[in-house]
Design a protein around this ligand. Sequence first.
Ligand code: HSE
Length: 298
Amino acid sequence: MIVKIPATSANLGPGFDCLGLALQLYNSIKIDINRPFQISLTGTYQEGISTDESNLVWQTMCRLWEQLNYPIPTVALTLENHIPPARGLGSSSAAIVGGLVAANILAGAPLAKLELLQMANALEGHPDNVTPALYGGITLAVSTDDGVQPRVLGQGANLKAVVLIPNLRLKTEKARGILPPEVSRQDAVFNISHAGLLIDAFIREDYPLLKEGMRDMLHQNQRSVLIPGMFETLKAAEQAGAYGTALSGSGPTLIALIPESSKNEVCQSMLTMIKQFGVEAQAIILDIDHCGAVSSGE
Ligand code: HSE
């Protein structure tokens, strides 16, 4: 069996810890049952990923089986990683969601997707990456007394993303640690209204609204000190034709949502600008993923 999980971009500007979208860039987990325990790595990113029992995918699978009282099977895993780790593209969410989806299928699929979302949220700590990783598309995750309620807002028809991935790692814990514990009423109102505008833009596919809709006052200003040239690079993307721009998750990746026609100009202008700040980076043009995590071959 193979489970394929998309990269994700969380926050999308004002939607701190609740908005996100899935991208057509994937990690996959291949599971061979009744083999001696082994974890092998392939793909673009292998460095720093453990291949013993502390591996996040394996740990997550074991958590689900323990919760179900299902005997832990002996399996060999092959992890093919194309989502860069610690860059703000949801690599740990992909590991958690992929582990849960795979373990659930191996146990006979007793849990519904919504139940997997609750577990993924509890393991990850915030729902804005795990929701699009499970459901695909552009998503809103609403934390309620009954758990996380997922809403798929749209599929981003005719929308593409440029992700500019700086050659620096930034752990979410560090990027959260610099945020103040309290926000002003003025900033809260700013973000509530802008998140509303952003949701309206996605539902109506009215993308010129993204420019204003993706503005934020809750986290991007503080985090810009960790990413040289962040605002200048986002601005360069808008001047080159992007609809709207944001820090991807907690960074350091920057995301520009664009019409197909501006993809080359946006890539080039972002790369040129961030380079002026001494940052090496890679730009990738991606489509929105519509499916979320999928399995095949079971
Ligand atoms: N929303 C999180 C943050 C990152 O900005 O810290 C993704 O879960």
